[in-house]
Design a protein around this ligand. Structure first.
Ligand code: G
Ligand code: G
Ligand code: NA
Ligand code: MN
Length: 254
């Protein structure tokens, strides 16, 4: 059975599910938002998104899969809404390159929000530099239109793409997520620390919020705190959690 067939079957039989990884305030440790991460379990066990997302992209299945994720996450946010008070925590969904090229991306996003009676600020979107490259003008147009409705973007995996730093200024992103390759040796490697420090400072000059990905140790966290990074995500705080775990650990403690 090929990955492509698994994807088609998962769509037909509603076999995908979504996990949610906490994103916290680096200074206080308080929970600030969640990132939605797609999961696929087949009879033989889980297939990682690192494996099936590229296949979905190559086969065009990423469009129905991406729409499924958007709708599933918005539905989930709707069920959390009554427990989240006046300032509900946002949840970020990853978008693929093909989605950024869609003419009707903003109507897809807005209808998922309206159908579940969400506030626009409850949904955020993540894009990578690579996902914007195929049609950068269309991608920016989509982002600007969606942002006008109050849905904010993060630039994911920053530092791994080809882009020059000056291009950051052109992108309507509210947050920049430093790729975990930068974070891994941030406490032991002076060169990595200097890079991270300068990226964080540059982002702040451009009025962007900085997020460190892949924090696994106290020592990495301490270093990021010193560098003034705003938010953090990684196994040190929490692995991606099932909706059941979110309900138990987070919703019931709000
Ligand atoms: O969850 P994990 O670390 O295995 O994710 C691997 C990759 O898959 C990451 O790059 C992540 O951004 C991507 N990914 C996870 N969920 C989604 C999704 O719903 N849509 C898209 N386009 N990518 C996703
Ligand atoms: O490309 P993106 O940043 O969306 O990828 C997120 C992926 O990183 C997810 O698959 C998630 O499971 C994984 N991830 C999240 N936190 C950590 C971490 O602390 N260490 C490692 N190695 N992977 C992580
Ligand atoms: Na992401
Ligand atoms: Mn990332």
């Amino acid at each position: 059975f090929e990955v492509e067939q698994h994807l088609q079957q998962a769509l037909n039989e509603n076999r995908f599910h979504v996990e949610y990884q906490p994103i916290v305030d680096i200074q206080s440790g308080k929970l600030r938002s969640l990132e939605a991460l797609l999961r696929l379990n087949v009879d033989d066990g889980p297939i990682s998104p690192g494996e099936f997302i590229p296949v979905a992209e190559d086969t065009g299945l990423i469009l129905p899969v991406g729409e499924w994720v958007l709708r599933a996450v918005c539905r989930q946010i709707g069920t959390w809404r009554p427990y989240m008070g006046d300032n509900p925590m946002p949840v970020a969904v990853n978008l693929a390159s093909e989605q950024m090229g869609l003419k009707n991306l903003s109507s897809l996003v807005l209808s998922a929000i309206y159908d579940n009676d969400l506030r626009h600020s409850q949904l955020q979107l993540e894009v990578t530099e690579t996902s914007l490259m195929k049609n950068i003008d269309r991608a920016i147009q989509n982002m600007e239109e969606i942002l006008r409705h109050g849905v904010h973007f993060s630039l994911d995996d920053f530092g791994t793409g080809y882009s020059s730093l000056s291009y950051l200024q052109r992108l309507p992103v509210t947050k920049v997520k430093l790729d975990r390759a930068f974070i891994q040796n941030i406490d032991t490697n002076k060169h990595d620390r200097i890079l991270a420090k300068n990226i964080i400072n540059l982002c702040h000059e451009l009025n962007k919020i900085t997020v460190a990905e892949g924090i696994e140790t106290q020592s990495q966290l301490d270093t990021l705190r010193e560098l003034g990074c705003d938010l953090g995500q990684g196994y040190f705080f929490s692995r991606p959690l099932t909706t059941e775990a979110i309900n138990e650990r987070i919703i019931s403690n709000q």
